[in-house]
Structures are given as structure tokens and as C-alpha cells.
Design a protein around this ligand. Structure first.
Ligand SMILES: *Cc1c(COP(=O)(O)O)cnc(C)c1O
Length: 221
């Protein structure tokens, strides 16, 4: 493990140019995030609404905050003013709430649909049937304040590389299916958010466009 600056630099030099590095700053202090910002990092990921809403106003306004955790509908209102992208949309009900709160402040929120691709039951996310029914619904078609930009998923927490490969291949294929069925002419549907500190090299092999990296930047939480 190097210094914060070295870790960011090393990652940036290994990632393909078009892949967005999201620095996952959950549990990290405002000072630590400020230090990463001074290294040029501008995109950060958080998984708790309260934490993001506390940090965002205390840090430079050119930061792009991505919400990557499980989101409850009753927390959406607090999140909307601060967030740039919500990566963890896992129900129509949640998307309706995001649309409603975004409309109130005249914002359009880029969103990713989160898929359940891991073996662990504890992880959140849609399956293909649920995603199709969400995207086919009249409720969804009427929404003007959300924009679906792609998909997100977390692989199983395992050292079994074949398993991780299989899961990222699954997410890639879900992305392709939705692209073909619902967004063939929409060039803004293009994001495949997959890969964390331990598995991002495998995710890149499967076409990841966004990696969400915490430990490999900031050290252990
Ligand atoms: C914590 C977290 C990450 C980052 O995990 P690391 O192993 O620290 O890189 C990525 N994605 C999500 C959804 C997370 O909750």
C-alpha cells in the first residue's frame, strides 16, 4: 500500500482511459476525502445517505457524489440535493420516489439499475424479469426526472476467480439485453458499473466502464 496520492496515481495509470474511477469514501473522514480531492480525484462513492449528506456540503462543490448503497424511499429526499448519480436503483417504487423528489428541485438524476449477480442472498438487486417489468411500466415511461444510464452489480465475495468471471459476464449480458430491448438508440445508456478493489481487473475484462474502489485507495476501513 502506498500513500493516498500514489494509490490514486497507480490506479489511474492502470485503468483504461474511458473507465471512470469512483473513490469509495465510506467511513473516511472529510479531511481524507479533501486530500484525495487535492490529488485530483473528483468522483466519490458513498453507501449511507446521512453520511453523504453530511460530507457533501463540507467539501468542494465540483465533487460528483455517487450513491452506491441500499436506498430506502424515506431517505431519498435527503439525498437528492447532494447526489450526482444513484447507482443502486432496485425497485420501481424507489425510482418513483427519486423522480418525485428530483422534480421538486428541478433536477434530473442519472440512475443505474442494480442487479443481483452474486451467490450471497444478502446482496440487493433486480433480476432480468423485474428490470423488464420496471422498464415496461407506464409509471416508468412517465418519469421525466430520472435517466437510466446503465447497470451496476457486485460479485460474490470469494477468491474463486471463475465464479467472479461468471458473475461479471452475467452482468455484461444483462446490460446487452436491456440495451437491445429498451435503449437501442439511446447513447446515454452505456454504463456498466462493476469492479471493486479485489476484483476490478476481472471486471475490466468484461467491459466495465466504472470501477468503485475503496480499500485500494484509502486502506482498510
Ligand atoms: C464498499 C463498496 C465498494 C468498495 O469496496 P472496496 O473493496 O473497498 O474497494 C464498492 N461498491 C460498493 C457497492 C460498496 O459498498
Amino acid at each position: 500500500m502506498g500513500t493516498l496520492a500514489e494509490n490514486i496515481q497507480n490506479l489511474k495509470s492502470t485503468l483504461p482511459e474511458k473507465v471512470l474511477l469512483i473513490a469509495v469514501s465510506k467511513f473516511k473522514s472529510i479531511d481524507t476525502i479533501q486530500e484525495a480531492w487535492q490529488c485530483g480525484q473528483r468522483v466519490f462513492g458513498e453507501n449511507k445517505v446521512q453520511e453523504l449528506a453530511m460530507k457533501a456540503p463540507a467539501l468542494p462543490s465540483d465533487i460528483e457524489w455517487h450513491f452506491i448503497g441500499h436506498l430506502q424511499t424515506n431517505k431519498v429526499r435527503l439525498l437528492i440535493p447532494h447526489v450526482s448519480v444513484i447507482q443502486s436503483v432496485d425497485s420501481l417504487k424507489l425510482l418513483k420516489e427519486i423522480n418525485k423528489e428530483a422534480r421538486k428541485i428541478d433536477k434530473t438524476i442519472p440512475c443505474l439499475l442494480q442487479f443481483h449477480i452474486a451467490e450471497e442472498e444478502t446482496k440487493f438487486g433486480l433480476n432480468l424479469t423485474e428490470a423488464r417489468s420496471l422498464l415496461q411500466s407506464e409509471d416508468f415511461k412517465a418519469m421525466k426526472h430520472v435517466s437510466i444510464r446503465g447497470v451496476m452489480g457486485m460479485a460474490s465475495f470469494t477468491s474463486d476467480k471463475d465464479q467472479v468471471n461468471k458473475e461479471f459476464a452475467t452482468l455484461r449480458s444483462l446490460f446487452n439485453t436491456l440495451k437491445e430491448e429498451f435503449f437501442p438508440k439511446d447513447s446515454s445508456f452505456r454504463e456498466l458499473s462493476m469492479g471493486m478493489s479485489e476484483d476490478y481487473p476481472i471486471a475490466l475484462q468484461h467491459g466495465s466502464t466504472m470501477v468503485r474502489i475503496g480499500t485500494a485507495i484509502f486502506g482498510d476501513r
